[in-house]
Design a binder for this molecule. Structure first.
Ligand SMILES: [Fe+2]
Ligand SMILES: [Fe+2]
Length: 215
């Protein structure tokens, strides 16, 4: 799968990929399970087949090694914002992306996220903004949106573009995401034929098998 790095981020490109032991960054399966009902409820009957339970669940799993990678380098990450942005980000998808599904999704979630006891007002606004901007061209995104949480969530979403299987160039906007392309590909290959209704469980058991999640 042809991954490329956003041109302004290339630096030493095409230098070595970072050496990453993704098994250092595992999180407990129970953490992911807490999102299962929400994910299946929102994406269980998808309008289009690319924004389904498999995409969201794999995306959620892929955020965790990226979070671990940043945290190990001293970057503070608000995991609540990352996870909820991933879980909610494609709720506005509609098959043809007109109107824009980031915009639609943000409008849909805003009333709920703003009154939810799970989030501080700041976290709520960050999640809404992340959903709104997740599908916009990198250079059009305002500087204040480019938080470490936005970078992790959108790069996990980009890694998940392997599911299109159409040979497209997949643009990653962070060099560190480069180290996780093989994981994204393997997770996709091993879960793409998950039986209907067992999508979440299949991703969990494969992720545990791959060492990405602690059972
Ligand atoms: Fe999207
Ligand atoms: Fe997505």
């Amino acid at each position: 799968m042809p991954f490329v790095l956003e041109s302004s981020k290339r630096g030493f490109y095409p230098g070595d990929r970072p050496k990453i032991n993704d098994r250092d960054y595992r999180m407990d399966e129970s953490l992911f399970r807490s999102f299962q009902g929400m994910i299946e409820g929102m994406y269980g009957t998808p309008v289009d087949s690319y924004h389904d339970v498999l995409h969201i669940t794999r995306g959620l799993v892929l955020t965790t090694p990226l979070i671990g990678h940043r945290e190990n380098r001293g970057v503070e990450i608000d995991k609540t914002v990352v996870f909820w942005s991933m879980v909610l980000h494609d709720v506005g998808s509609n098959g043809q992306d007109s109107p824009d599904h980031g915009q639609v999704g943000a409008a849909l979630i805003a009333p709920f996220v703003r009154v939810s006891p799970f989030f501080t007002p700041q976290q709520a606004e960050q999640i809404i903004a992340n959903v709104q901007w997740h599908n916009k061209p990198f250079r059009q995104i305002p500087i204040e949106i480019h938080t470490p949480e936005f970078a992790i969530f959108t790069n996990a979403d980009a890694l998940e573009l392997v599911r299109m299987e159409d040979g497209r160039n997949i643009t990653l906007t962070q060099r560190y995401a480069w180290g996780f392309t093989h994981i994204a590909q393997e997770l996709f290959e091993k879960t793409k034929n998950a039986p209907k209704g067992r999508e979440f469980d299949t991703v969990m058991s494969v992720a545990c098998e791959m060492g990405l999640v602690i059972a």
